[in-house]
Ligand binder design. Sequence first.
Ligand SMILES: *[C@@H]1O[C@H](CO)[C@@H](O)[C@H](O)[C@H]1NC(C)=O
Length: 222
Amino acid sequence: MQTNVFCVFFVIHAILCDNIDVNSPEFAEQLYIKLFKRRRAEQLEAVKSFQKISSYEKQYSMIFLASEKIFSVIQESRAQIEASGFIPGVSQFPTDEKARDALSNILENTALFTEILLRFPDISTTVLKLNNHWDVLLKWSIIFCNEAHNLLDKTTLKLLNLASQELNHTQRDPNYVNPYRKTAKVSNNNNNDANEDIKREKRKKRKEIKRGPRLTNSHFEL
Ligand SMILES: *[C@@H]1O[C@H](CO)[C@@H](O)[C@H](O)[C@H]1NC(C)=O
């Protein structure tokens, strides 16, 4: 009986005294993890709206403009976070507002770009090939995000992993498929002549790239 009373007292004491420091890095971190999830849901809606654009050219320019913005933010934030001395996965959540903004900018913009990349792989890899410095920066930011995995949810970590494979930044798993690439599903049909299948797929892909509908009606979920 007496131990029970003591335990209850101890739990209440813990709730009141240990968890109440709203200015602590731990509290800020927990808050940020929740906020990050909400941001990701908003991003997903935005990226899905790109899929409603029916012209390839329009999609291309939307993605190019988005990339320009995304990578300029990541570049600037990288300089800030490096200057702040923050080390992902090692340092505690930054209490300094500037460092915190830089950190969230890197995490959110990297997640946004990888979301675009996987849903629009052909356009995005073309954009990256023509702007190699973005590809180099993306490599850095994906590594950074993986190191800061304590701040990210499982879905985002999976997305980053798929993106690294899609870009051949890391070696592809033999079973790798981009779950958003429609052709990956279509090529699973029961045609014995695999070569013919591939040829047909390629012809189809070429046509679809010209018209662009493949990108408008794919809506897979992770
Ligand atoms: C990655 O490698 C695969 C297999 O070699 C290739 O088909 C694909 O085009 C490459 N992707 C990029 C973005 O370089």
